[in-house]
Design a protein around this ligand. Structure first.
Ligand code: NAD
Length: 263
């Protein structure tokens, strides 16, 4: 249902971003992937999206800490094919108490998790409005809705992207039509998802036991379902938000958190 749409997923060389890129590919989109990694990892990600059924797939290597590289990436994608779907997914984490948080970590987390989304949206959304269809899906977190200790920059960045998304949703709410699909901006707010990002936090809770013991301890703290999500679970909602019939779903934030934020 996404042929002949073109999508960019930032941070899609691994984890949730790669699952989303594969999901968009399986629906027939042309997919631009982005993210860091060794050449083998990038090639493996390209192959996975191709195997999923993408009409075409290319890697764009912008470092999202640099606004000039972000702008150049969007221009290069637009020259390849007009951008219809933008998934701001790239994100990093560093969990230590506020007073011990290195300033450089604050700067990098805010740049990648929040400012990068501002820059991609700023450049890409006018074209979407002109064409009448556009989807921005921002991968925030439960930490865009509630806080936890030791995550000052991460929580600040995720609350920030929830706010940024609402402003953009309002500014573009009346663009396009029901027939063209309109322009929507939404956040997905996952709780724990099985990816490399949370391995240090699993490791910190193993307490001499196995990795499974670490996972159990982690979900026991806050996620009432007692189970983590899979990256594919996040991809599935992203895909639905891209459908034409989701034209009136905008400015919303969707927890996928096993009940975390219901408490
Ligand atoms: P991940 O570490 O597997 O993937 C992160 C991606 O971002 C990678 O492709 C990486 O190369 C890319 N990236 C990092 N720095 C970059 C930079 N400077 N420039 C370009 N790309 C860069 O992590 P993930 O768990 O898949 O996280 C994806 C998103 O989901 C993040 O925004 C994260 O905050 C969010 N999230 C994850 C969880 C979870 O439990 N895993 C929960 C809630 C929200």
């Amino acid at each position: 249902f996404l042929a002949p749409r073109t999508a960019l997923v930032t941070g899609s060389t691994s984890g949730i971003g790669l699952a989303i890129a594969c999901g968009l590919g399986s629906a027939g989109a042309k997919v631009a992937i982005n993210g860091l990694g060794m050449p083998e990892q990038i090639e493996a990600a390209l192959q996975a999206v191709r195997d999923a059924g993408a009409a075409e797939v290319r890697h764009f290597g912008a470092d999202l800490r640099d606004p000039e590289q972000i702008e150049a990436m969007i221009m290069a994608i637009e020259a390849w094919s007009p951008l219809d779907i933008l998934v701001n997914n790239a994100g990093i984490q560093h969990a230590v108490p506020l007073a011990e948080m290195p300033t450089q970590k604050w700067n990098d987390i805010l740049a990648i998790n929040l400012s990068a989304a501002f820059h991609t949206m700023r450049v890409a959304m006018p074209g979407m409005a002109a064409r009448g269809y556009g989807r921005v899906v921002n991968i925030a977190s439960v930490h865009g809705l509630v806080a936890s200790v030791n995550k000052a920059p991460y929580v600040a960045s995720k609350f920030g992207i929830v706010g940024l998304s609402k402003v953009a949703a309002l500014e573009y709410a009346a663009s396009g039509s029901r027939d063209s699909g309109g322009i929507t901006v939404n956040c997905i707010c996952p709780g724990w998802v099985e990816t490399a990002l949370i391995e240090p936090q699993i490791e910190a809770r193993r307490n001499g036991g196995s990795r499974d013991d670490g996972v159990r301890a982690l979900v026991a703290e806050k996620q009432p379902s007692q189970r983590m999500s899979l990256p594919e679970d996040i991809a599935s909602l992203t895909l639905w938000l891209c459908r034409r019939e989701a034209h009136n779903v905008t400015g919303a934030s969707f927890p996928i958190d096993g009940g975390w934020t219901a408490q």
